[in-house]
Structure formats: structure tokens, C-alpha cells
Design a protein around this ligand. Structure first.
Ligand SMILES: [Zn+2]
Length: 343
């Protein structure tokens, strides 16, 4: 089965100036995928603008208008970290719409799995507030589309970005058809994501937060996957797995203090792919979130695609961590989360 990807130069028109979340992130990824021969092996999926009706499943109308007006009147800051330019509104509509189209292509089996290479990213965007470089919550909008339009009845969202996906959690904290997993450095931006935030009402225990101390590397992340995420997904039995793929847990990333390697991201992708094969006929949709070391992110995205394609050889040009942090012992934390979620 084929592997799809979404990309469009419209994503470069969200011009953030000298900001760390810049168009160069996507340009570097695309150049690297071309260079290492991966791009011709992938099936392109054409993005479109998400409709206002699709976006209002997640965000309030007045907030969508605020993003549009700020962007179209020349751009400006929507929050201390989040800036817009004249091209941002359309790029944001296409980032949400691109993730929707990736989801639709996977559900309809036009491709087995897909990765939406979009920006601005989405997982911090709250219901009526831009946050953390995010305007519209791409993965939440696409998951709502899957539930409401495609009639998918159970979705697992796995968010391995180094920051907690507060926006995604807010959208789904009372939604029993969605299970949300987040691994993130803690305490760290945006401050949410403690283990006791587990969802409420009919979605009690559908939010699984895994707040990690700084210094965690491949061993700690793989331990979290095998002891928490895998058994919880196996119990939930999703029909589709969606991934907030953020590459800022990489050891070279300037915004965080984790020690994951390119190989580590490949191994996490391999675990998620096996879960998708076990329960979802392979249906797996990824969307790009953070990742601020250009070369580390590009190599990690390439490694992710290689795993999706079934390659066995992964290139890790950056190698093992050169940070000097001693990996923390997270066995007590894992035990605590397993007990809380009865795993
Ligand atoms: Zn992040």
C-alpha cells in the first residue's frame, strides 16, 4: 500500500520573520526528502482550504474572524508567541484542510497512511485563542471531520511533540470517541498536561498525559510506549490512529531538553504503525507540529517516512545525544500512570 504526503507552497506564506517557527522548517524538510530519494516514492495528496463549517467544529466563529482580520490587515501578534502575516490566514486554512484531506485519503484507502507536512502547526491552538505558534488546531479539526463526516467511531491521537497539546486536550476532554495521549517535557510550556488531567464525564480516562522530566531519550520514550501507550491503545481499539508529530524532543532542538535521536523517532513510528496494523488496517495519519533544529527535524521526518514505507535501514546523520544530561529514572512515574489508568 502507498504512503501519502500533503505539501503545498502556500504553507510558506505564513511569514513569521525571524521567528523559530519559520518557513525554512518546511523548505528544509522538502529539500531533504527530495535529496534522499523518498519524495518520488510517496503519493501526493492535494490540500484544500478547510471550510468555516469544518473549523467551527473546533474553534469559535469570532476567533476565526479575529485570525482572518489580523492576517488580512497586514499581520500582527495574536499571543506573545504567535505572529501572523498577510498570508497566514490562508496558510492556516490549508494546514487544517491538508490534514483533513490526508485523513480522508487514509480512511477511504486511497493510501494506507499519510503525513501532512503543514504549517502553521496546531496542537496548542485553543477553542478561542491562538497559542504557541498555532492558529487553528489542525489535528483536532481533522479528527472532528473523521468523527462527523467519515463516521469513524474511535480515534487514538498520539502527540509526541515535546510540548503538551493543550488545545487538542481541551477539544476532546469530554469526547468518548477520542483517546488522546501526550508525551511532553514537564514542567514546560504551556504548563498543562499533568497526569491528573484525564478527561471528564463520558471521556473520563480518555486523556493520558505522560509528563516527563528533562533528559529523556530513546530508552525512556520507548519504555513509555511499551508500558503505557501500547496497552492503552490495545484496550481502546481505535479504528484510526492520528499523530501530532513534533520533532522537538530531538536532542539538538533549541526549545527543549530531551535527548531523542532520529532513530528513536523511527522506532516510535514503527510502534505506532504496528498498532495501526493491529487495529486499524494500517490507517495512520500524521500531521507536523513542532521541531526547531532544521537538520534534525528533516532527518527525523525522513526516518518517519522510511518506517511508513517499510524500509529497514534508517539514516541517523546526527547520531546519539551530545547533551550531557543524565537520563532520569522514570519507573515510578510509569507505575503511577499505569495505576491511574488501570493498565
Ligand atoms: Zn512543540
Amino acid at each position: 500500500m502507498s504512503v501519502g504526503y500533503v505539501y503545498d507552497p502556500i504553507y510558506l506564506r505564513h511569514d513569521t520573520g525571524g521567528h523559530v517557527e519559520s518557513a525554512r522548517r518546511l523548505e528544509t524538510i522538502m529539500a531533504h526528502l527530495e535529496e534522499c530519494g523518498i519524495l518520488p516514492r510517496l503519493t501526493p495528496i492535494k490540500p484544500r482550504a478547510a471550510t468555516i463549517e469544518e473549523i467551527t467544529q473546533v474553534h469559535r466563529q469570532h476567533y476565526i474572524e479575529e485570525v482572518e482580520q489580523t492576517s488580512k490587515s497586514g499581520g500582527g501578534w495574536l499571543d506573545p508567541d504567535t505572529v501572523t502575516s498577510p498570508g497566514s490566514y490562508e496558510a492556516a486554512l490549508y494546514a487544517a484542510g491538508g490534514t483533513i484531506e490526508a485523513t480522508r485519503a487514509v480512511w477511504k484507502r486511497h493510501v494506507e497512511s499519510a503525513f501532512a507536512l503543514v504549517r502553521p502547526p496546531g496542537h496548542h491552538a485553543a477553542i478561542e485563542q491562538a497559542m504557541g505558534f498555532c492558529l487553528f488546531n489542525n489535528i483536532a479539526i481533522a479528527a472532528k471531520y473523521a468523527l462527523n463526516v467519515l463516521d469513524v467511531s474511535r480515534i487514538a491521537i498520539i502527540d509526541f511533540d515535546v510540548h503538551h497539546g493543550n488545545g487538542t486536550q481541551d477539544v476532546f476532554c469530554r469526547e468518548p470517541r477520542v483517546m488522546y495521549f501526550s508525551t511532553h517535557q514537564f514542567p514546560h510550556y504551556p504548563g498543562t498536561g499533568s497526569i491528573v488531567e484525564t478527561g471528564s464525564g463520558p471521556a473520563k480516562n480518555n486523556i493520558v498525559n505522560i509528563p516527563l522530566p528533562p533528559g529523556c531519550g530513546d530508552t525512556e520514550y520507548l519504555h513509555v510506549f511499551s508500558r503505557i501507550i501500547v496497552p492503552a491503545v490495545q484496550r481502546f481499539k481505535p479504528q484510526m490512529i492520528m499523530v501530532s508529530a513534533g520533532y522537538d524532543p530531538h536532542w539538538a532542538d533549541p526549545l527543549a531538553a530531551m535527548q531523542v535521536t532520529v532513530t528513536g523517532f523511527a522506532r516510535m513510528t514503527g510502534i505506532i504503525k504496528r498498532l495501526a496494523e493491529e487495529f486499524c488496517s494500517g490507517r495512520m495519519v500524521l500531521t507536523l507540529e513542532g521541531g526547531y533544529h532544521l537538520a534534525a527535524q528533516a532527518a527525523s521526518v525522513a526516518a518517519t517516512f522510511r518506517m511508513m514505507l517499510g524500509d529497514t535501514k534508517i539514516d541517523d546523520p546526527l547520531g546519539p545525544s551530545r547533551r550531557t544530561l543524565k537520563p532520569p529514572d522514570i519507573s515510578v512515574l510509569i507505575k503511577e500512570i499505569r495505576a491511574l489508568h488501570r493498565l
